[in-house]
Design a protein around this ligand. Structure first.
Ligand SMILES: *Cc1c(COP(=O)(O)O)cnc(C)c1O
Length: 424
């Protein structure tokens, strides 16, 4: 039996056959997804691994309830940020003791940007390097953190925002201290060529900070091969760590010794329990920490990372591209004439793992989809966004989601004046 190429699927049966032939189909059993829901928002909040419930019970009942303070040593709470970082490392091409899980992306960006600016200021031409390059369409918190830090430093730093990836080559110059970019754009799903942009940055003796929020666990990333400098990312999106689970930060080992971060809390001290009045930074990636970690939330990340244990990012990428190819093809075929405009790149090398369309009544359309159990999300302006997590989404799910979208558009079932919730 030969399967039709994925973009030639014209029936639900075709999609089911692709599901039957899918070597990753069994991974879905690791997740507890509610009946009647097609979950296309794993790019915003990953689904719950089945194992997380039992792990939460263990942390709360045994480690906290019974073992109490002894768990810092006995259950290994103290080393969790590095231990989990080492488990995550292979998903982003990082080495041992280069990744730490702690705080949020926003806070980690603040620490990395501050440290990177200081390293650049120490260069012979450091006084001229006053520009941080980013893009206007970056995730807002990344820009807000850069703005807040530079205003607070008050040392003449400027933020230069490009309006398109093509402008980067000219925007990065001898005035550039740091380039701060999100690898896969949260709105469009556009993916940068991480090695090529890193090389562009280094050619101007600048440093790069990559935000991997929509990349880690979604697309293959090899930070070491690209010789990147710094990276941050979420664990609650594609890594399925749980709502608000702490973020990760990565630093190339060649920067460990020179890097100083401004939030010099005791967890980043060389000897936190020596209780000395003076601060000396720990060696290595531990110096990225600040204070006591949220252990309950941190512990559950292990369950999310474990869902990747029996597969590879290469295998997941192959399926992710097939899912997004299928979705784009079906929407364009079955929902034609309804004013949907694709804003996600068609070229595979420029695409992440989500697909976005603009619609004049995007918010109302997404509300109607969610009411029918097809959960994606909405981003201004007018963007409906669908995340495809190959760990738990199949080809028939894509068919069914497009069928619901088609019905909603055909019947104009959406509310054109829907009031927005606080979280969209
Ligand atoms: C989701 C996301 C964030 C979230 O930052 P937090 O500090 O964890 O709230 C930041 N940057 C990007 C690019 C994101 O997609």
């Amino acid at each position: 039996m030969s399967l039709p190429p994925i973009t030639h699927c014209t029936t639900r049966q075709d999609c089911l056959e692709h599901d039957r032939a899918d070597p990753l189909a069994g991974l879905r059993d690791q997740f507890d997804l509610p009946a009647g829901v097609i979950y296309l928002d794993g790019n915003s909040l990953g689904a719950r691994p089945r194992a997380a419930l039992q792990r939460a019970q263990q942390v709360i009942a045994q480690e906290w309830g019974t073992d109490l303070i002894r768990s810092w040593n006995k259950a290994g709470w103290f080393d969790l940020p590095l231990r989990l970082g080492n488990q995550l490392a292979r998903l982003i091409g990082a080495g041992v003791d280069e990744v730490v899980i702690t705080d949020s992306i926003s806070i980690n960006l603040f620490k990395l940007l501050a440290g990177a600016l200081e390293m650049q200021a120490a260069l012979p031409d450091g006084a001229q390097r006053k520009v941080i390059v980013s893009e206007r369409d970056n995730f807002p918190t990344d820009l807000y953190m850069a703005q807040g830090l530079t205003e607070w430093l008050d040392r003449g730093y400027r933020i230069r925002l490009v309006d398109s990836p093509q402008e980067l080559a000219t925007a990065i110059d001898a005035e550039t201290a740091v380039v701060m970019l999100t690898h896969v754009n949260y709105r469009t799903g556009h993916q940068y060529d991480l090695p090529a942009v890193t090389a562009l940055v280094h050619a101007q003796a600048a440093l790069v900070i990559w935000d991997l929020a929509h990349s880690a666990g979604a697309v293959p990333v090899d930070l070491q091969a690209a010789q990147a400098d710094f990276a941050v990312g979420c664990t609650y999106k594609y890594l399925n760590g749980g709502p608000g689970s702490p973020a990760f930060a990565w630093m190339a080992p060649r920067h460990h010794a020179a890097f100083r971060q401004p939030l010099s809390g005791w967890w980043s001290h060389q000897a936190p329990f020596a209780m000395q009045p003076g601060y000396t930074a720990a060696e290595g990636i531990r110096r990225m920490l600040c204070g006591t970690q949220p252990i309950v939330s941190l512990a559950l990340i292990e369950c999310g990372l474990a869902t990747f244990a029996t597969t590879s990012m290469a295998a997941l990428r192959t399926k992710s591209l097939a899912l997004t190819d299928l979705f784009i093809a079906l929407v364009e075929r079955r929902c034609a004439g309804h004013g949907l405009a694709l804003i996600t790149p068609r070229a595979h090398h420029e695409r992440g793992s989500h697909v976005s369309f603009v619609h004049p009544h995007g918010y109302g359309v997404m509300r109607a989809l969610i009411a029918r159990g097809v959960i994606g999300d909405y981003r201004e302006p007018g963007v409906i966004r669908f995340g495809f997590t190959p760990l738990y989404i199949g080809y028939a799910d894509v068919w069914d989601a497009v069928e619901v979208l088609r019905q909603i558009l055909d019947d104009q079932e959406y509310d054109v004046a829907a009031q927005q919730d606080a979280v969209t």
